[in-house]
Design a protein around this ligand. Sequence first.
Ligand SMILES: *Cc1c(COP(=O)(O)O)cnc(C)c1O
Length: 395
Amino acid sequence: MISSQTSSSLADNVLAAIQSVVGFGPVSLHEPSFDGNELQYLKECIDSTYVSSVGKFVDKFEKDLATYTGAKFAISVVNGTASLHISLKLAGVQSGDEVLLPALTFVATANAITYCGAIPHFADSEDATLGIDVLKLREYLNKTTSQESDKCINKITGRVIRALIPMHTFGHPSDIDGLLSIANDFNIILIEDAAESLGSFYSGQHTGTFGLLGTLSFNGNKTITTGGGGAILTNDEGLARRAKHLTTTAKLPHAWEFRHDEIGYNYRMPNINAALGCAQLEQLPSKLKAKRELFLRYQNAFKNLKGVKLFSEPMNCQSNYWLQTLLLDEIESKFRDNILSVSNNSEIMTRPVWVPMNELEPFNDSPSMDLANAKLLSQRIINIPSSPSIVLRAK
Ligand SMILES: *Cc1c(COP(=O)(O)O)cnc(C)c1O
């Protein structure tokens, strides 16, 4: 038994383990599949001529989303980034505010903050959830903020920290109880970036329904897709009404007059995309079942492999397993790129996690706490093929 592996043996072993589950390439990281009423609904939509900004599929998709997630209201929009932008505006995020978010997220979370003229402020991540490290964030906020007339002030920059956006990484819920208590104790508004976690539950409640607002994405690589699309979730009727208004050019209802009472956005989801969404949402349970089955198969394939572990759902959570995730032991992280190259050369698509936001040019000057673990995680994470079709097609 050799104690430390060579890079080639680890990469070959990882490739063999993936192939024992997915077969030989080409296999993509996450591909959409359309196995239900998609064509029928799209035809209905086209036959009706209502393919654009209004129609019955938009209304149905929003109703079905609210029913599935348990949110009182769901407002569909053109993509997940737009849902973040509008949620931040609705939460009152203003130019010059700071908004906390994990450094380890997709760039859309940080971008949406800058669309409001606000400044992203990066938090570290923990191994247990791959989301924000709550203990470390609380300690940091205790040291670096003060409360002034019920506002959280960053003592270093003098700016208001208005909101906190946790992101449920690869569909694994963050420590929501811990985050809610930070939001409560420090007077910060919680908005959940649940773009990756449709079908994921924390203590039996759907992710994206804990914060004042939550956001979803239906991009082509997500668990279900509308081509491009997103949604805002909220339990607040006033915010839901404002979300619809702001995302539909802020036009006042009238039989013929074009009167807009504020600067709005053309962020609505077209009816033809919603038609696709209605059909996809019907298949969400079967996709989730297949993704969980895929996790179990990988778990079996990786159980005896040293140096790497398959990430599984956090305690008290039911994850959608959007992207299956390998976590390299710290000492093996130097082999990450070798593993990526060996698998991709064999047409088995694998990917590293995002470059931490604080390392991206546009965010070089953004405030942040110590991000040592986000940095480490970014070198240890590898996503492996995760499509439900891997399981569904083999039947
Ligand atoms: C996909 C995603 C979004 C939204 O992306 P869109 O492509 O705009 O729908 C936002 N945040 C995270 C973490 C995502 O993964």
